[in-house]
Design a protein around this ligand. Structure first.
Ligand SMILES: [Zn+2]
Length: 503
């Protein structure tokens, strides 16, 4: 369901709930006094003028320049890192050096506000039949850290990533053209554009801008970085993976390609390989009916919330007046309640496997003639991941949505801690408790959000103010709750699902 139906559906639902709650002979005016505390429809947060101005700085021209430059390296196969005789300015090593230099240029424009780093390692080769790395191979992830300015919150991090390696039809081909304009120079361009415009602002918590290698051989670069993040104790609250966000421009395909939509894939249940997805944890998920509330899913909902503030979503103009501040172009995230596409994987999975919330952005409709293909014409069809099929204005909108999400989450307080729903009493009310977000600034308040169990998105909220407990005349059996932090300016954190507790 798109959000266009949501508020009207919520109103109908609320009316139905209200009607059902009324005993015979009672009018709406005679309902109990908790009327107000049974919640209000969720509205978009106010736009932050500094964030809106940054979104305007994101440029389709700069996106194009970045993708053109990455394509110019001819073949960015990760395996090319071990080729000693490539022409200068070609291959993945040259691409890594350019990305590091680009982050360096951005940093020198902001008084060296970025720390540019290389996460370099050797992926061991394997002669297993299905191995896509046959000999020991150097991999380099390049990333830039914009450190948060609030000592109480700078350990918190949000991260945006794309993969800068590419491939053609043959995984082992390091010589022939593998332009990778869409897959995934487009995602790297998102990362670099976010760094360029957000480095001019200050945020209380930290933002990390990333380009990884080794995706095409099995997510090796992101796996190494996610493990590094875990071992270094990064408090990663959100990972935004952009992979194939070019918006296809192939003639004849335009009727099917929706340039107003980007898909956001997220897992609804934590991966079974993680503690949060262990059999015991899944038993709890089964009991609670929280099979659409993994932290990555709550992140996806937060992205839709950000979209509601900064974009003019098609068909939802009335409550989106703020959107005109950011962009006049209609654009929206469409949440896909699925970890990834069929038969495909992506770098967000590496972070999910280390227990971090992570989602994947991908264009509305992929064109497989322009992915993992040798550049050639066959029966009149042009194959290859060529620059000419990228819609730079579309990539710029994806970058705006990413930047707005990173900026909002890096401005917002952290999530409330130890969020619990008290289940000691058998009754038709709800009591929730939580602890303040770590390092939360003065003026932080908390919102309880909820939705009927059969609905995908939060519909209703009440503010608890600065309190860390609330009683609501809403049956905990009938809805799913979340609690989020809000700062004085209205930046919202990701919502946290409460876990049951007996007082
Ligand atoms: Zn890719």
């Amino acid at each position: 369901m798109h959000s266009s139906n949501r508020s009207s559906l919520a109103a109908v639902l609320l009316a139905a709930l209200l009607a059902a709650a009324l005993p015979l002979g009672l009018s709406a005016e005679q309902t109990p006094a908790e009327h107000g505390s049974s919640g209000s429809a969720i509205r978009p947060a106010p736009a932050d003028p500094a964030i809106a101005a940054a979104l305007k700085e994101i440029s389709a021209g700069r996106v194009r320049a970045t993708i053109e430059k990455l394509v110019s390296f001819n073949n960015r196969s990760t395996l090319s890192s071990m080729e000693p005789d490539l022409a200068p300015g070609t291959g993945i090593n040259a691409a890594a050096d350019w990305i590091a230099a680009e982050f360096g240029r951005i940093s020198s424009d902001c008084g060296n506000c970025l720390e540019v780093k290389r996460d370099e390692f050797i992926e061991p080769g394997s002669d297993a039949a299905n191995s896509r790395v046959r000999k020991d191979t150097k991999l380099v992830n390049v990333y830039a850290v914009l450190k948060g300015t609030d000592p109480a919150q700078s350990a918190r991090r949000v991260l945006v990533t794309g993969h800068y390696d590419s491939r053609n039809s043959d995984n082992f081909n390091t010589r022939d053209a593998a332009p990778g304009a869409n897959d995934d120079a487009s995602g790297v361009a998102v990362s670099i554009e976010c760094a360029r415009v957000l480095s001019k602002l200050k945020f209380p918590s930290t933002i990390v801008f990333v380009a990884v290698a080794g995706e095409e051989q099995g997510l090796f670069g992101s796996r190494h970085l996610a493990k590094l993040a875990k071992s270094e104790g990064w408090q990663l609250e959100a990972v935004l993976n952009n992979d194939i966000v070019g918006g296809d421009t192939t003639p004849g395909q335009q009727a099917d390609e929706d340039k107003t939509a980007v898909r956001v894939f997220s897992e609804g249940v934590p991966s079974p390989e993680t503690a949060a997805g262990s059999p015991d944890a899944v038993k709890m998920i089964h009991t609670l009916g929280s099979d659409s509330d993994a932290p990555s899913r709550e992140l996806a909902r937060a992205i839709e919330d950000v979209g509601d503030t900064y974009f003019r979503a098609p068909g939802i103009h009335t409550k989106r007046a703020a959107a005109a501040i950011a962009t006049k172009e209609p654009f929206r995230p469409v949440l896909i309640f699925r970890a990834d596409r069929y038969l495909r994987g992506g770098d967000h999975t590496s972070f999910n496997l280390e227990g971090f919330p992570a989602v994947r952005f991908t264009e509305w409709r992929e064109n497989f003639d322009h992915q993992h293909q040798n550049v050639r014409v066959e029966n009149g069809v042009q194959y290859g991941d060529l620059l000419q099929y990228v819609d730079f204005g579309y990539v710029a909108n994806v970058a705006r949505l990413n930047a707005a999400t990173l900026a909002t989450l890096a401005s917002a307080p952290g999530v409330p801690r130890n969020v619990h729903i008290l289940t000691a009493a058998l009754d038709n009310n709800t009591e929730l408790t939580w602890e303040p977000a770590a390092g939360a600034p003065a003026g932080t308040t908390y919102e309880v959000v909820w939705r009927a169990t059969e609905l995908p998105m939060w519909t209703t909220f009440v503010s608890a103010g600065p309190a860390t407990t609330i009683k609501l005349p809403v049956s905990k059996d009938n809805v799913v709750f979340g609690v989020r932090s809000v700062d004085a300016a209205g930046h919202r954190s990701i919502a946290v699902l409460p876990l049951p507790a007996r007082k």
